[in-house]
Design a protein around this ligand. Structure first.
Ligand SMILES: [Cu+2]
Length: 439
């Protein structure tokens, strides 16, 4: 069977979101929004009655995660001792510092600490995570000392919450600068498919107005999607325009050892300004990835990754073939390099078969949940499953890939990570949320 993927993205007309927003999506999200607002105002009431932002004895609480500190504003009395209870609820290490007045040690995931500041004069103090890049990525807030009522700094009225929630939904799918994962056509050198990949620092608009520092292959996050056939001879010419060294690993491809991309182990380091060429025959089909293999916990979350899809001789026939690259870190929680409402919908017509290819390049697992339709899981890490199984939530651990087939049912189906702090907050949906639009 032959896959029909290459034509799909262009032959399925983009969904008419203005009409959808006036009808189904609007009703769906308004009802969800009202429910969410009710739940969150209950939470706010309970929270104020227990801990809240300030307990009256000067103990404040903050939560650290990628890439924010909640609440964004803390209030405390002037000239009274201030203690801040810090919990790292994220998946990466962070610390908490009130600039110039004290800091916790580095807290790994699920660790906590209490920062005792003593009394402070009335005024506004900045707090941040001191790990390089984390403040810029959003991990900052304000401690307001004095000036009247102490209380939870981020309390919003239910009306404000509804308004912010709906603003996000109405903006979807929001236009942002830059589109990652665009299919890259090879240059041919005889029978060899040649792909040029240049790594460079970039500014990347993750969501409308949210421009962050990233690292990109060919200016795209994720890098260009490379699609070849099993048995093809391929050459990747890597140019390193970063200010640090790097290399490229072809994750999931059973390459000859010398082409495995691990600096110091199988090749020389590729320094700033240097180039390196990889060449091999692709022995195994499947949904694979290419990514940096130096300073990986920084370079990959910042964007040095891409889909590497190898088509076998006997692929299932599908109408839509969509790569879903998951990532987390300095760019926030992203699907194909964007956070809601700038994520792109997966569009199909009723009855069509959609192939979803999940690739997790992040530092955390993401259980991707599709509303309304089961997914037939046909492959793990590019290997065909002897016994496909059905599921609606696909847990994708870092480095894993899953391929699933969905029979499209009419409707606008929410599709999101079900670690809900990766997808929704008091200000509405963000991050790993999109829609499978079947109409
Ligand atoms: Cu997640």
């Amino acid at each position: 069977m032959v896959m029909t993927r290459p034509e799909i993205k262009t032959t399925v007309p983009p969904p008419d979101f203005s009409r959808m927003l006036r009808s189904d999506l609007w009703r769906l999200f308004v009802s969800l929004g009202v429910l969410f607002a009710v739940v969150m105002s209950l939470v706010a009431v309970l929270d104020n009655e227990s801990a809240g932002g300030s307990t009256g004895d000067g103990v404040l609480e903050v939560r650290l995660s990628e890439m924010k500190i909640e609440p964004a504003v803390l209030r405390a009395e002037a000239d009274a001792p201030i203690s801040i209870k810090v919990s790292n609820v994220g998946g990466a290490a962070h610390n908490f510092a009130v600039t110039g007045h004290g800091a916790t040690e580095l807290l790994s995931a699920d660790q906590g600490a209490t920062l005792d500041l003593g009394p402070l004069e009335a005024g506004t103090y900045e707090y941040v995570c001191e790990i390089s890049g984390h403040k810029e990525a959003g991990m900052k807030g304000e401690l307001v000392v004095g000036g009247g009522t102490a209380g939870s700094g981020n309390a919003m009225s239910p009306e404000e919450m509804d308004r912010m929630y709906l603003e996000g939904v109405e903006a979807f799918p929001a236009k942002t600068k830059g589109l990652g994962g665009q299919r890259m056509e090879p240059k041919m050198d005889g029978a060899t498919k040649v792909f040029d990949l240049t790594a460079d620092e970039t500014k990347w608009e993750v969501a409308p107005g949210d421009v962050r520092s990233g690292m990109a292959f060919n200016g795209q996050i994720p890098g260009p999607e490379v699609r070849v056939k099993q048995g093809d001879r391929v050459r990747f010419v890597f140019h390193n325009s970063l200010e640090e060294s790097s290399s490229i690993h072809f994750h999931g491809v059973n390459v000859p050892n010398g082409q495995d991309g691990v600096a110091g182990l199988t090749q020389d380091i590729v320094g700033p300004g240097d180039s390196y060429t990889y060449e091999f025959e692709v022995p195994n089909a499947g949904t694979h990835m290419y990514h940096s293999h130096m300073n990986g916990a920084t370079q990959i979350p910042m964007g040095l990754l891409g889909a590497l899809i190898v088509e076998g001789p006997d692929e299932p026939a599908v109408d839509v073939d969509a790569s879903i690259v998951l990532n987390d870190g300095p760019l926030g929680f992203t699907l194909n390099g964007k956070g809601f409402p700038a994520t792109q919908p997966v569009a199909a017509k009723p009855g069509q078969r959609i192939r979803l290819r999940y690739m997790n390049e992040g530092l955390q697992g993401h259980p991707m949940h599709l509303h309304g339709m089961e997914q037939l899981v046909i492959a793990k890490d590019g290997w065909e499953l002897p016994q496909p199984y059905r599921a609606d939530t696909i847990w994708v651990a870092p480095g894993e890939r899953y391929d699933t087939i969905v029979e499209a049912r009419p409707g606008l189906w929410a599709f999101h990570c079900h670690i809900l702090s990766h997808a929704e907050g008091p200000e509405g949906m963000f991050g790993m949320v999109t829609v499978v639009a079947v109409q």
